[in-house]
Design a protein. Structure first.
Length: 151
C-alpha cells in the first residue's frame, strides 16, 4: 500500500473530509488530495499533525493498514464479559477445522501437564499472575510459530 493510500484510509476511518483535514492543518484541500494521490508528500511537521489528527503515531500512519486497525479497534472495544461469552474454539474452527476435531485424537492431558508446568514456572520465576503468564506463554508460542515458518 502507498503512503497516500494510508493517508486516505486513515482520514476515512476518522470520518473526515479532505476539506476538514485541510482546514485543521491550514493547507488547501488540493494539498490533501495530492498527498493522498502520492503526487506530493507532506513535510515531517505536517505528517505529525496528520498522525495526531487521525489519533495515530507517525509510525502507525506510515504503516496504516485498515484491516489491522479495524481488528485492533474491535479488540480494544471488547470487554472481558463479552469475550467470556464467545466460544473461541468454535469461532476459530470455522477457519481452522483441526480445532474442532483434535480433542478425539490428541492425548490432551499430556500437554496440559507440561503447559501447566511452564505457566507455573513463569508465575514463580517472574512473579506473573496467571493471566500474564498465560499471555506470555501464548506470545512465546506465536514467536516459535513465526520462526518455524520464516527461518
Amino acid at each position: 500500500m502507498s503512503l497516500g493510500t494510508n493517508f486516505f484510509n486513515a482520514r476515512k476511518k476518522c470520518g473526515l473530509s479532505q476539506e476538514d483535514v485541510a482546514q485543521r492543518l491550514d493547507v488547501s484541500r488540493q494539498t490533501i488530495s495530492k498527498w493522498e494521490l502520492d503526487e506530493t508528500l507532506p513535510d515531517i511537521c505536517q505528517s505529525k499533525k496528520l498522525a495526531n489528527l487521525y489519533g495515530l503515531s507517525l509510525d502507525e500512519l506510515i504503516a496504516f493498514d485498515m484491516d489491522v486497525k479495524e481488528m485492533q479497534d474491535i479488540i480494544d472495544k471488547t470487554d472481558d464479559t463479552i469475550s467470556e461469552k464467545i466460544d473461541w474454539t468454535k469461532a476459530w474452527s470455522k477457519k481452522y477445522p483441526i480445532l474442532a476435531t483434535y480433542q478425539s485424537e490428541v492425548e490432551i492431558s499430556k500437554y496440559v501437564t507440561e503447559l501447566n508446568r511452564l505457566l507455573e514456572d513463569l508465575e514463580r520465576n517472574y512473579d506473573y499472575n496467571q493471566l500474564d503468564a498465560f499471555l506470555v506463554l501464548k506470545d512465546i508460542l506465536a514467536r516459535v510459530w513465526k520462526h518455524r515458518n520464516n527461518p
